[in-house]
Ligand binder design. Structure first.
Ligand SMILES: Cc1cc2nc3c(=O)[nH]c(=O)nc-3n(C[C@H](O)[C@H](O)[C@H](O)COP(=O)(O)OP(=O)(O)OC[C@H]3O[C@@H](n4cnc5c(N)ncnc54)[C@H](O)[C@@H]3O)c2cc1C
Length: 394
């Protein structure tokens, strides 16, 4: 008798085979001593790039809830690499949630191409949306495309692209060059070797060096028409409004994993300290941190499960934004409490907490930002139609 293995268990097994090494690499990559390439090679070789691809197509067949759990495991080991890996899934994950019968022949051909690239070619995708003047918003972007024969020509500048120089393909947002309407935004796949594609040197940030983030430039970049995402123009904003979970909350698992790592570290330190662990105030502080972690994990899990059970639903989306907000606030608060609890070890260069402290700050910078989350939840509570694009910051 064969016992069916649940997809998430198979993915977690693959993750477990690389998390020890990912953990070892976290600080050297953060300090710039080791390039992140080795960590992404581990992800590639593990087969995890196919996490979202259906089992019948040779992938691991995860849904958004399974994925969130997988990402938490990876992030507890190495937050920056988990965030980079997330951008691969942000770029392609939505393809495997769509009803294949509704895609049309061009859409199916595009989806099949992506599957082949990931499953057979083990290539990695990235998501290049943010721009200097607009941040992560889709409206008002300056990257433009024009139709040219059997293809498109793109020109633009993307301000932050994780996996720069690591990924093979970049899913880029652009608007028509001759249309000022800011709702007409499309996604295109540009490959690293395409003409006119270049990258700046790596972003010199104080954390998340492992995301391998740089600026991307497109100058007269010609791509074939079949690199238009799903073969349909003008769908990006519509998609972000209907199904915001990838853009707004693909990161949930990553920040959950970072939060878990913070509480684990605090618990280990307290457990190893004879004097502190017999002080009620310290034990209770750890108890409060554990309660906060459990609460944010429960909300995150409910949001991710909601996406699987009731996708494209306003109440589900409100929970997704609520979870993004709650987790971002909780992660930062847990980091501050951990500092108070563990004392000087928090800032020790050879301990992970100083890195985790810097990494969790980014949850408020990545979209959807705290104010945007609260805006969505507040409007939704007041009964606004959140499928109306004009109610959105995107
Ligand atoms: C390590 C790291 C990795 C990243 N990886 C990626 C990635 O892989 N892909 C990607 O696409 N992005 C990525 N980003 C970008 C990120 O998602 C944000 O878009 C970026 O950090 C900008 O945030 P900000 O807070 O600096 O700017 P924001 O405050 O968001 O704004 C940037 C500009 O937009 C303007 N603006 C903001 N909101 C509005 C509004 N409502 N109306 C009009 N103008 C507005 C602001 O005035 C400002 O000029 C990454 C960022 C970092 C730090």
């Amino acid at each position: 008798m064969t016992i069916a293995v649940h997809p998430v268990d198979a993915a977690l097994d693959l993750a477990a085979s690389i998390t020890p090494r990912l953990t070892e690499l976290a600080d050297p990559i953060d300090r710039g001593e080791t390039p992140p390439q080795e960590a992404y090679d581990l992800i590639r070789e593990s087969g995890l790039l196919a996490a979202m691809i259906p089992i019948e197509n040779g992938g691991l067949g995860l849904d958004f809830a399974d994925y969130t759990r997988l990402l938490a495991e990876l992030a507890a080991a190495n937050g920056a690499i988990a965030l980079g890996f997330n951008m691969h899934n942000v770029a392609i994950g939505s393809l495997f949630e769509a009803d294949v019968d509704a895609l049309g022949s061009t859409g199916v051909a595009f989806r099949d191409w992506v599957i082949d690239q990931v499953v057979v070619g083990r290539t990695m995708f990235a998501s290049a949306a943010s721009e200097p003047a607009t941040g992560a918003r889709l409206r008002g972007i300056s990257t433009v495309y024009r139709r040219d024969g059997d293809g498109y020509v793109l020109d633009g500048h993307k301000s932050f692209v994780s996996l720069s120089g690591v990924a093979d393909h970049y899913v880029v947002t652009a608007r028509p060059h001759d249309d000022d309407s800011d709702v007409e935004v499309s996604h295109f796949v540009v490959s690293a070797g395409d003409p006119g594609v270049s990258f700046s040197t790596e972003w010199a940030g104080t954390a998340l060096r492992g995301t391998s983030t740089a600026q991307m430039f497109l100058a007269d970049t010609r791509i074939h028409a079949d690199r238009l995402f799903l073969g349909v123009e003008g769908m990006s904003l519509f998609k972000a409004v209907r199904d915001p979970h990838w853009m707004a909350a693909g990161y949930l698992g990553a920040y959950l994993g970072l939060s878990e790592a913070i509480v684990d570290f605090a618990a280990q330190r307290l457990g190893a300290d004879e004097r502190r662990r017999s002080q009620a105030a310290d034990v209770q502080r750890l108890g409060a941190m554990t309660v906060a972690l459990q609460a944010t994990r429960a909300l995150t899990t409910a949001a991710a499960r909601g996406v699987v059970d009731r996708r494209s639903d306003q109440a589900t989306n409100a929970t997704v934004y609520a979870a993004k907000h709650h987790l971002g606030e909780t992660a930062q608060s847990l980091a501050a409490q951990a500092v108070a609890l563990v004392g000087s070890a928090a800032m020790a260069a050879d301990q992970p907490l100083q890195r985790l402290l810097r990494e969790v700050q980014f949850c408020s910078i990545m979209p959807a930002k705290p104010a945007d989350c609260l805006d969505y939840v507040g409007k939704s509570t007041l009964g606004a139609n959140m499928f109306d694009v004009s109610n959105h910051g995107w």
